[in-house]
Design a protein around this ligand. Structure first.
Ligand SMILES: [Fe+2]
Ligand SMILES: [Fe+2]
Length: 379
């Protein structure tokens, strides 16, 4: 795992090492208030903070997590709250070991998550349902802070839950707003190049646009306004990109929506890509071999990929039409600087040839010269 990073004061992120798709574990220290520490909060007298961990990761993360907790809060024993967004193994498999060693800690999650997490053998007395807090907020004992539990229903699990911390304005979102690493650099924060990875993750994991919209509407209603989105995978999103990416997700076809879109465009895109690869082979056999290898090798990674091959032919498309085209365009632009123009013309030609629309981002890349070339080809 990489070094722990303080994203805002008292809010820390620990990131696993995977290059394509990593986990983020967050730790929040709520400062103990100075005055009013009466008998009621006697237990916190020698503590400087109440400490919460969010989505504590897997066994692979445990050694580094222990070191980090020692450094930040004086050890695992000082952990007070363990929050889980849902019950997937990448989120929850450390829950029991943490609860055993942090003897006074409490586990918080949704009732739907609990139904499955209790299978680890977690005692009922250590669990508190997020839904049980009045008005869905929890006043952190001994501090001036409170947190809000915000449902992310069906994103991607029925009982998925987020946590909003109004003091820092950080919304921990679990798998919602998570993404694959597409930025080609080490970075804590998302920039524009994070979007294809976020879109792909949501298309594969989220059930429908309706579910996304319900969650986005809830996020937009939070006050004070959310400034930082902290997901369990991928990059932390802040600044203008918070609204920008939420708005894009609001209009993205995902899950079952894609099945509908697939009926319209992606079937024809399979044919268009076969035509495109044939044209590339005629244009330059070396370029063809390299491009085909790049398109196919993405399948050997762990994560579900946009294109499914059978032999050297594209057999199926796992994402929406525009995302599939964007994926191929990004491969071309990244790996074929010299042949970029020619390849884009050939791709454009193959799409137009099957009456497929040219997505806006692709149209904006094509120069006037290239357009003429495409027109000539089609004629
Ligand atoms: Fe998940
Ligand atoms: Fe996850």
């Amino acid at each position: 795992m990489q070094k722990v990073i303080e994203i805002v004061k008292g809010y820390y992120k620990l990131q696993s090492d995977e290059k394509d798709f990593h986990r983020n574990i967050y730790i929040r220290k709520f400062p103990i208030k100075n005055e009013g520490l009466g008998l009621l909060f006697n237990r916190f007298k020698r503590k400087q903070s109440i400490n919460m961990i969010m989505d504590p990761g897997t066994k692979l993360d445990l050694p580094r997590l222990e070191d980090t907790l020692k450094e930040l809060i004086g050890g695992l024993k000082n952990l007070d709250i363990i929050f889980v967004s849902h019950q997937d193994p990448d989120v929850s498999s450390n829950v029991l070991p943490l609860l055993m060693r942090a003897k006074n800690s409490v586990l918080i999650g949704s009732i739907d998550s609990w139904r499955l997490i209790k299978m680890y053998g977690v005692p009922r007395g250590r669990f508190k349902a997020a839904e049980s807090f009045i008005s869905s907020y929890f006043e952190i004992p001994g501090t001036n802070s409170k947190i809000y539990f915000v449902p992310a229903s069906y994103c991607h699990f029925r009982g998925a839950m987020m946590v909003y911390d109004p003091d820092t304005r950080v919304l921990f979102t679990g798998d919602f707003m998570a993404g694959l690493n597409t930025m080609n650099k080490q970075s804590v924060y998302a920039d524009e190049s994070a979007w294809p990875g976020i879109a792909l993750f949501h298309q594969i994991y989220m059930p429908s646009k309706k579910a996304l919209r319900t969650t986005i509407d809830l996020i937009r209603m939070l006050t004070p306004k959310v400034e930082i989105i902290a997901p369990q995978h991928g990059y932390v999103i802040k600044g203008e990109l918070v609204d920008e990416f939420l708005e894009r997700l609001y209009h993205l076809d995902v899950g079952v929506d894609i099945e509908d879109v697939n009926n319209v465009y992606t079937g024809r895109l399979v044919l268009a890509l076969s035509e495109f690869l044939n044209k590339v082979r005629v244009y330059n056999i070396i370029v063809h071999t390299k491009l085909l290898k790049l398109m196919k090798e993405s399948q050997t990674r762990d994560f579900t990929q946009p294109l499914v091959f059978m032999g050297d032919e594209v057999a199926k498309i796992n994402v929406g039409y525009e995302q599939a085209v964007e994926y191929i365009v990004s491969l071309i632009r990244r790996h074929f600087k010299k042949e970029e123009e020619e390849l884009l013309i050939l791709l454009n030609d193959a799409l137009v040839g099957l009456s497929l629309p040219i997505p806006q981002f692709m149209a904006s890349i094509l120069t006037e010269e290239m357009r003429k070339e495409v027109f000539k080809e089609v004629q």
